[in-house]
Design a protein around this ligand. Sequence first.
Ligand SMILES: [Zn+2]
Ligand SMILES: [Zn+2]
Length: 145
Amino acid sequence: MASPDDEFIAELKSEFGQFNFIPSTRFKWKAPNSIFYEAKTDYSFEDFALLTLHELGHALSNHKGYKTDVERLKMESEAWQRAKQLIKEHPAWQDRYRLFYNENLAETELDSYRDWLHQKSKCKKCGLTRYQTADGVYHCPNCEL
Ligand SMILES: [Zn+2]
Ligand SMILES: [Zn+2]
């Protein structure tokens, strides 16, 4: 018997045939059309489904790449909004899989990006928060004066 994970992926494949759904070791969107999902996971079905929908959210939002980390954070947030919308558009998923949007999961995932961004933007010399210019380079307002 197919697991709910497999059934869900099969359903997404038939509805979103323009994308490739590829089993992998981690969740990832790769433009122009590849959605990677963790094939053997300890995730609950709900987390598995939501993380997959998040990657589909990147795909449907036409995300290609980012120059700055703030841009990336914005894309992450957008992909979660899209995942939320997908759930709204598919009430059948509630009946079939008991699948609901989970704000906490999205916030936890976004928090880890925010932390990462915070760590990354910290100046190694003086500890001040640096800013990133459009070319992707970080500058310290203190050390680069
Ligand atoms: Zn993402
Ligand atoms: Zn500095």
